[in-house]
Design a protein. Sequence first.
Length: 202
Amino acid sequence: MHFSSTGRHLFLILFCCVYSIQMSAQVQSFPYVEDFEKFNTCIPNCIVPCPLLNAWENAAGLDDFDWIVNKGSTPSAQTGPSFDALPGTSSGKYLYLESNVVCSRGGEALLLSPEFDFSTVNHPVLSFSYHAFGLGEGRIHLDMWVAGTWQRDVIEPIKGSENRWQVRHVSLLSAANSSAVRLRWRGITGPVETCDFALDAI
């Protein structure tokens, strides 16, 4: 392929702009907290994706359905929260899995965090709030991308239990001083609709 001098300059400018945008999305300041309050709410469905902000991503094309931004109660009865964990109000927002849609029954939804730069962090620790209430057989798995590979299930999978927000603290010592770390929540729903899982205050 041939580039003129002008074409080369344009290519370099575009490359530098894209590179700059990607680098700016990396989290380098800690402590870091995401409470999803600035995110736009979405309607659970199997067609229209739920776009996220601040370099959080639903893994489009790699899973069966999306994590949904919501506030207040979830549509399904006897499962899910009625308010968020932070700030703890019915108008506060959180991410959750809606089990009462066709594509989510027994499906998997992948939530990707921004990329974290732990190069100066000697003992990174993750904390997050979760709400796992219902009679379904779903699970939440937590994976970590470090040293160019996914470490699967860095904690025991979380299953439905109490009707309240709970907090999990996780040592990420194996990612200490690593410059490119991502987290992935794998939500797997059961065959019934009482299986809504939620995340907040990460």
